[in-house]
Design a protein around this ligand. Structure first.
Ligand code: NAD
Length: 539
């Protein structure tokens, strides 16, 4: 069947305006008769989607409605999300995207993004060139091995790059036509998928070792050849691959890993915010982490690098960061310490008691990245409160059910002294007549802004220092009124504005450091605001 020009327009998500095509446009493009006679404004279309969403009673259905909308009318999709980011972010990304990924093959509808199976090795450039846009500036890529906390989801992980890129646009205005979601399909070790006839990826065990590395290398080369100004963001790779891939490419191309670097930056932003409440210096802090995995060591390293910028040597800085894991405090008599933990393994008597470690090390902050709930119990919070007028208590494990403590517990057991932020959201708490608003250390404060800054500057690299700048910029934007109720992150309702300011600060640093390929505009923030995607139909 050949379609009329009008019908093709209605099927083109970038150009489609649906019922908002004006009477003139309808007659000009052969749309008369293809639409009901009524002409909507974009606002009315947004209101209609709100109505449709309200009629649905579960978040997965809402996710699917929004996903279908994105395939039909991109402008309206972003207008809806940007109408209320705090409400819609959890629907297009975490936590809803987790369930959507698990069922991706069962609910599969429209193609979106690029799939590169390892069986196409040697032809990756050819497959990538099938993407219609020639100027791609931002790629989020996964191999689906460690999707959120859900494990190996194979190609079902595609929901993550798609959802994450939607946030780059909705939260920091990265123009969607410059972005590309990619899934590398190297197989899956998930037996449930391998046996499911509806699974859509390669039916083989994951490829590892030299063949995997060569595949990644070919992919990086193909991206560089086709999109030389593109930033590559690695997402939800298993640690065994995430860490070496980042190490291999971070000094060669414009690239970063949000799970490692974005997480660290948002935690550092929380620390800077907390220091605005306590009035202390970063270099006067001592950190004790509950959990010594990738999140814990990543945060400890970025904190250390931030302390170096404030005058400490890297060894002095790392000496202020201590780790505690399932086998107790990391100290130098232990024989089970991995290389990436060694910088934070110091001289101390062995202990398996976290309270004992607190009493000995006297941390000013404890950060929970253990994946285990309730480890910040009453004795822990009370020990921190005895040692500090304003103890920093950050239970960052996700989801809420894994949080090391609740907001209410931290405030109650510290008698309202705690400066609190968590990985998953908590409702405001009232203790002794005082109201506390807990902040959520959500990476969304960092990664969209980083994407926008990289785009605006055409940065050659994404450095650790850029993440420190981002963290400071986020913390600086917290108002005194927020700090007064204990909130150390900007409100998510104003996230677009906050991200554009953060992006401007990062961009300024990129220009200052000669890491930019674009020329420096007279006013960086206005330039970024002008570049930002606006969810409106062009005049
Ligand atoms: P990981 O598996 O790499 O590390 C977990 C660490 O916790 C290990 O060192 C382990 O030994 C330790 N641990 C396990 N049980 C323990 C126990 N009973 N007592 C003490 N330590 C124990 O995990 P990860 O990738 O580092 O992530 C950790 C947590 O951080 C996750 O829950 C994740 O959701 C959270 N996280 C939050 C954010 C965010 O909110 N922005 C970002 C990234 C990670």
């Amino acid at each position: 069947m050949t379609s009329t020009p009008g019908l093709s327009l209605l099927h083109d998500p970038v150009q489609n305006r649906g019922t908002a095509f004006s009477t003139n446009e309808r007659s000009q493009y052969g749309l008369e008769g293809l639409l009901p006679i009524g002409v909507d404004t974009l606002d009315l279309q947004v209101a209609r989607i709100h109505l449709q969403l309200a009629a649905l009673d579960n978040d997965l259905q809402k996710y699917l409605l929004l996903s279908d909308l994105q395939s039909r009318n991109q402008t309206l999709f972003f207008a809806v999300i940007m109408s209320d980011p705090a409400t819609f972010m959890p629907l297009v990304y975490t936590p809803t995207v987790g369930e959507a990924c698990q069922k991706f093959d069962h609910f599969y509808r429209a193609a979106r993004g690029i799939y590169l199976p390892i069986t196409a090795k040697g032809r990756l450039k050819e497959l990538l060139a099938h993407w219609p846009q020639q100027d791609i500036r931002f790629i989020v890529v996964t191999d689906g091995e460690r999707i959120l906390g859900l494990g190996d989801l194979g190609v079902n992980g595609m929901g993550i790059p798609v959802g994450k890129l939607a946030l780059y646009t909705a939260v920091a205005g990265v123009p969607p036509q410059l972005t590309l979601p990619i899934t590398l399909d190297v197989g899956t070790n998930n037996p449930q998928y391998l046996e499911d006839p509806l699974y859509l990826g390669l039916r083989q065990q994951r490829v590892r070792g030299a063949e995997y590395d060569a595949f990644i290398e070919e992919f990086v080369q193909a991206v560089q050849a086709l999109y030389p100004k593109c930033c590559l963001q690695w997402e939800d790779f298993a640690n065994i691959n995430a860490v070496p891939i980042l190490a291999r490419y971070r000094d060669k191309i414009c690239t970063y890993n949000d799970d490692i670097q974005g997480t660290a930056a948002v935690a550092l932003a929380g620390i800077y915010g907390a220091l605005r409440i306590s009035g202390q210096k970063l270099t006067d802090q001592r950190f004790l982490f509950m959990g010594a995995g990738s999140a814990g060591t990543g945060i400890a390293e970025l904190i250390s690098e931030a302390m170096v910028l404030e005058g400490l040597s890297i060894d002095e800085a790392r000496a202020r960061c201590w780790l505690f894991d399932v086998n107790g405090l990391l100290e130098d008599t232990r024989t089970d310490i991995a290389d990436f933990q060694k910088p934070f393994t110091h001289t101390h008597a062995p202990t398996r008691s976290f309270v004992e470690a607190i009493e000995s090390i006297k941390p000013t902050a404890i950060i929970g990245v253990s994946t285990v709930p309730k480890l910040f119990n009453q004795p822990v919070i009370e020990a921190m409160s005895r040692l500090n007028a304003r103890p920093i208590i950050f239970p960052y494990s996700n989801p809420t059910s894994r949080s090391e403590c609740t907001a209410e517990e931290a405030y109650r057991w510290s008698n309202g002294q705690a400066i609190f932020a968590s990985g998953s959201p908590f409702e405001p708490v009232a203790i002794n007549g005082r109201k506390f608003v807990p902040g959520q250390g959500n990476n969304v404060y960092i990664f969209p802004a980083m994407g926008m800054a990289v785009l605006a500057t055409e940065a050659t690299r994404v450095t650790q220092a850029m993440f420190i700048v981002a963290a400071k910029a986020v913390a600086e934007q917290v108002t005194q009124a927020s700090l007064d109720v204990g909130l150390i992150y900007p409100p998510q309702s104003q996230i677009l504005d906050a991200s554009l300011r953060t992006a401007a600060k990062i961009a300024e640093y990129v220009f200052d450091q000669n890491l930019a390929r674009a020329s420096r505009p007279a006013n960086i923030e206005s330039h970024i605001r002008a570049l930002a995607f606006k969810p409106t139909y062009p005049a």
